[in-house]
Design a protein around this ligand. Structure first.
Ligand SMILES: CCC/C=C/C(=O)SCCNC(=O)CCNC(=O)[C@H](O)C(C)(C)COP(=O)([O-])OP(=O)([O-])OC[C@H]1O[C@@H](n2cnc3c(N)ncnc32)[C@H](O)[C@@H]1OP(=O)([O-])[O-]
Ligand SMILES: NC(=O)C1=CN([C@@H]2O[C@H](COP(=O)(O)OP(=O)(O)OC[C@H]3O[C@@H](n4cnc5c(N)ncnc54)[C@H](OP(=O)(O)O)[C@@H]3O)[C@@H](O)[C@H]2O)C=CC1
Length: 319
């Protein structure tokens, strides 16, 4: 039987408990839905309870299992407590998806020390807090899978040097943890690095930035932005037995955008201004029109309009 037929069946993660940080919005919400649809009891955790409760309600209406917990990943004691609560309540923790994170945009010369520290603390220290808490609280003894969402950082991130530095730190930390926690603890740990993804995260940007993004979406080898589902599919794969021999890697889900910067051959070779020839992968978040009134991707209107156009490209692969 084909590996995909046997692995990506509906009950792929049945009986498993997986924590998704930042699971109340955007990419985290989509990951939570994908995992719940594959049989996981998914625990979503973040600072604000209302978005978590909304997603829990969506998942339960679709027949999935979802729990919610309050969490600030910058608070190591809270990270420890959340893992303890999950193990006490659900008996196990098979997977951790470090999705919570973010930054503000600023040129490096205008960054203050406090602003730099805040973003490094959120992304790098926060991810460490969660990995360490998961190790101490369950995975060190029982093994498990960890996937961390970083960002495409290959050539640096102009106007987001703080987050680029933090995410590069996570990618390196992941390699070390794969070595230290693999042989004796049975933990696999990897990263997924999204390029620009149509999601609620873009609501954090200033309007001029959104306008710019709406007009420059074709400037990568896939000639479009990515979808929440495309990131979630990579996460589900890395958590699954199909990825059993993949450890310590950073999987870029960026349409090749990290390859196409500064090519001396010129824009014509790298970009197709007429639009994308690449169908989007459509998972639950773009595929469940009007089911239980569940809201679609929650990006700024101009960006959501791009997604509507993408769905018309060729044959969208739909499950
Ligand atoms: C880039 C690659 C593509 C990635 C896309 C995505 O990730 S999409 C996903 C996007 N999603 C997200 O990013 C979601 C998560 N993001 C967040 O929670 C916030 O953006 C956070 C990262 C600032 C943390 O917030 P918090 O409440 O912990 O912190 P706080 O508000 O208390 O600020 C502390 C200090 O930081 C500084 N500073 C802050 N803002 C600005 C600014 N605009 N301007 C300048 N500086 C700023 C300032 O020094 C401030 O201290 P002050 O001077 O006030 O004493
Ligand atoms: N969209 C994109 O183009 C890209 C996104 N990414 C990354 O993907 C991840 C998801 O982004 P996206 O869904 O787009 O954006 P969102 O802003 O919607 O998601 C960020 C999530 O993180 C949670 N969060 C933030 N800070 C903390 C904290 N201290 N403790 C716990 N939870 C926290 C937020 O919930 P709450 O506020 O309730 O705590 C929110 O749910 C982020 O790490 C982001 O940086 C990377 C590259 C590109």
């Amino acid at each position: 039987m084909s590996i995909y037929r046997s692995i990506f069946k509906k009950d792929l993660f049945k009986g498993q408990v997986i924590l998704v940080t930042g699971g109340g919005t955007g990419i985290g919400r989509c990951i939570a839905h994908e995992l719940a649809a594959l049989g996981t009891t998914v625990v979503i955790a973040a600072r604000k309870i209302e978005p978590l409760k909304t997603v829990q309600d969506e998942i339960q209406k679709l027949g999935g299992n979802c729990d919610t917990m309050l969490l600030n990943i910058r608070d190591a004691a809270m990270a420890t407590q959340v893992i303890q609560d999950i193990v006490a309540k659900h008996g196990m923790l098979n997977g951790l998806v470090n999705n919570a994170g973010g930054q503000f945009m600023s040129p490096a010369n205008q960054l203050t020390s406090k602003g730099f520290s805040t973003v490094v603390d959120l992304n790098l220290n926060g991810t460490f807090n969660m990995c360490k808490a998961a190790f101490d609280g369950y995975m060190g003894e029982h093994g498990g899978q960890i996937v961390t969402i970083v960002a495409e950082t290959r050539n640096g991130i102009p106007r987001a040097m703080h987050t680029g530095a933090a995410r590069a730190g996570i990618i390196n930390m992941t390699k070390t943890l794969a070595i230290e926690w693999g042989p004796y603890n049975g933990i696999r740990i990897n990263c997924v690095a999204p390029g620009l993804i149509i999601s609620s995260g873009m609501k954090n940007y200033h309007e001029t930035m959104v306008d710019l993004l709406a007009h420059s979406h074709w400037m990568n080898p896939t000639s479009r932005y990515g979808t929440e589902s495309e990131v979630s599919a990579a996460v589900a794969f890395l958590l699954s037995p199909a990825a059993s021999y993949i450890n310590g890697v950073n999987l870029e889900v960026d349409g090749g955008s990290s390859l196409s910067k500064g090519n001396p051959e010129g824009d014509e070779l790298m970009y197709n201004p007429e639009g994308s020839r690449h169908p989007v992968y459509v998972g639950w978040s773009e595929g469940v029109d009007n089911v239980h009134g569940i809201k679609h991707v929650d990006a700024p209107a101009k960006i959501n309009e791009l997604l509507r156009k993408y769905k018309a490209i060729g044959r969208s692969s739909k499950i």
